[in-house]
Design a protein around this ligand. Structure first.
Ligand code: HEC
Ligand code: HEC
Length: 86
């Protein structure tokens, strides 16, 4: 096969892969994890650096706190990667 044709095929393959990745991301389900609530308990954390804020969640969300996490809660390392500061 001629070199030109091969280049064309490679380019088409590249485009197809890009399109596939785009579609995959575009069709991904919407995010469902609850964001950080906008109430008095959490307002201060909305603008804080993630690592600083996360040290204080346990004050209320520890097992014996006022709002313990549900028993089936996923691994809770880095709260704010999942519960967004929106
Ligand atoms: C002063 C106590 C307190 C602190 C500190 C605190 N929370 Fe909360 N949190 C609560 C209470 C009470 C609720 C339940 C009522 C509500 O939704 O505000 C709650 C609810 C939540 C919810 C559930 C929202 C929903 O829609 O169901 C998330 C997520 C959450 N907190 C994340 C965090 C994270 C992450 C931190 C640390 C950055 C944090 N909280 C720090 C008291 C606190
Ligand atoms: C790996 C992602 C992840 C991490 C990390 C994480 N969570 Fe969650 N959290 C979830 C999911 C998923 C739920 C299930 C309910 C939902 O969709 O909000 C949940 C539920 C909660 C709830 C109860 C919400 C309700 O409506 O009952 C609270 C409170 C909460 N998380 C706080 C925290 C705190 C505080 C931390 C850090 C110590 C943390 N989470 C870390 C994913 C995460």
């Amino acid at each position: 096969m001629q070199k030109k044709n091969l280049t064309l095929i490679y380019n088409l393959l590249f485009l197809a892969v890009c399109g596939g990745i785009f579609l995959f991301l575009y069709l991904a389900p919407p995010e469902t994890t609850a964001p950080l609530p906008h109430d008095d308990d959490h307002r201060a954390f909305l603008t804080m650096k993630k690592k600083v804020a996360e040290r204080q969640c346990e004050q209320c969300h520890a097992q014996d706190g006022e709002m313990p996490l549900p028993a089936d809660h996923p691994p809770k390392y880095r709260c704010l990667f999942c519960h967004k500061q929106k």
